[in-house]
Design a protein around this ligand. Structure first.
Ligand code: PLP
Length: 407
């Protein structure tokens, strides 16, 4: 029996590790979403950089329905065509020779961090196990991934955490130089720190990290879970940086809303995951891989990727216009359709207030930490949808400012 559920049901029956907005979305199409009361929203949040083709894209709906009539699940005791096709596409399109499938970003990173440790052990011995990552980085919520992530608050209360992980400031090559050694098995970075506040790696920094890894025979892991699959206007952000990683993790937009993650790497590194070393019951699931295969086919089109860069201009111009009236942003930054607007200092710590104000105006946005509003809409959002959403944003900002910082 199904009973009528509402937002308050969440507080009764869900573990309180989230605090969702005061409405329950029930339907989405393109860049619009509707809630239980029929209120309509423009979606600039894209399911946290997931819905790269908007909601219920007809080609994805079709491929999912077709696959649902064919084959749902097999486990990894058997392979399947959608997984093989997706792996083929990913290796054709990137530096990688091999792919490992899983179901989320954290799982892709978990696999990557285990793989780089194993590779260090296999080729150099157990002393080569140090992983270096960056302050404010975010890599997921399993114990290993919060430990590699650079936000101490996500580890608090879960100690003891895995050992052998060091953090240094992002975009600071000297700090990395001071810590890296021949015992480092890998350096892990996001090309643009997403949850950390939309902070792009400078090109010199990314190149310097690659060189230091090479000097110390350490692997370079790019976490492209947020930046990948067209988000920056490149299929993967590394492609525009002049730096090629040894391991890359991808999830979020890979399935455009159907859960799937992948770790990509070279033949040589992949060999350290021999038969039985790692696995996942659902990894390479036919439904997930069929959707991801179609999504990748659509998104890797150069015309679509060029559109992302063009839409960024429209978006940034609109944000600047809002700022010229309300002087609320200290900096607007990002790449492609991963855009951050840092609030001026008096509003630091208050980003979530704008999220609620936007929702009241029929707009879904995100925050990236306490100081930054984040926008990660569909990569195929129309320009007039951007304009309409920004009009709602401006109203939300005006309302929020009128209420005052302390209310
Ligand atoms: N890595 C990065 C860069 C992310 O942005 C995220 C999620 O926000 C993750 C990893 C974790 O992905 P998931 O939530 O799918 O486990």
């Amino acid at each position: 029996m199904t009973t009528q559920v509402t937002r308050s049901t969440f507080d009764q029956v869900m573990v309180p590790n989230y605090n969702p907005q005061a409405m329950v979305p029930v339907r989405g199409h393109g860049t619009r979403v509707w809630d239980q009361q029929g209120n309509e929203y423009i979606d600039f949040s894209g399911g946290i950089a997931v819905n790269a083709l908007g909601h219920t894209h007809p080609e994805l709906v079709k491929v999912l329905k077709d696959q649902a009539e064919q084959l749902w699940h097999l486990s990894n005791v058997f392979t399947n065509e959608p997984a093989l096709n997706l792996a083929q596409q990913l290796t054709d399109a990137t530096f990688a020779d091999k792919v490992y499938f899983c179901n989320s970003g954290a799982e892709a990173n978990e696999a990557a961090f285990k793989l780089v440790r194993k590779y260090g052990h296999d080729h150099f011995g157990p002393q080569k196990h140090q992983i270096i990552a960056f302050d404010q980085a975010f890599h997921g919520r399993t114990l290993f991934t919060v430990s590699v992530g650079g936000q101490a608050k996500y580890c608090q209360g879960f100690e003891p955490i895995p050992a052998g992980i060091e953090h240094v400031p992002f975009n600071d090559l000297d700090a990395l130089k001071a810590v890296i050694s021949d015992n480092t098995c890998a350096v892990v970075m996001e090309p643009i720190q997403g949850e950390g506040g939309i902070i792009p790696a400078t090109p010199e920094f990314a190149k310097g990290v690659r060189e230091l890894c090479d000097q110390h025979q350490a692997l370079l892991v790019f976490d492209e879970i947020q930046t990948g699959v067209g988000r920056t206007g490149e299929l993967y952000a590394y492609m525009g940086m002049g730096v090629v990683p040894d391991v890359l993790t991808t999830a979020k937009a890979l399935g455009c809303g159907f859960p799937v993650g992948a770790m990509l790497t070279t033949d040589k590194v992949a060999a350290s995951f021999s038969f039985g070393t790692h696995g996942s019951t659902y990894g390479g699931n036919p439904l997930a891989c069929a959707v991801a295969g179609k999504a990748l086919e659509i998104i890797k089109d150069p015309k679509l990727l060029a559109g992302v860069v063009a839409k960024q201009q429209v978006f940034i111009a609109g944000l600047k216009k809002i700022n010229s009236k309300h002087a609320i942003f200290k900096e607007i930054r990002g790449q492609g359709l991963l855009i951050g607007a840092e609030l001026i200092e008096p509003w630091h710590g208050k980003a979530a207030l704008f999220l609620a104000a936007a929702r009241e105006e029929g707009l879904m946005i995100l925050v990236a930490g306490p100081n930054v509003l984040r926008f990660a809409p569909s990569l195929i959002i129309e320009d007039d949808e951007i304009e309409s959403g920004l009009q709602r944003l401006e109203k939300a900002i005006a309302n929020r400012i009128a209420k005052g910082i302390d209310s």
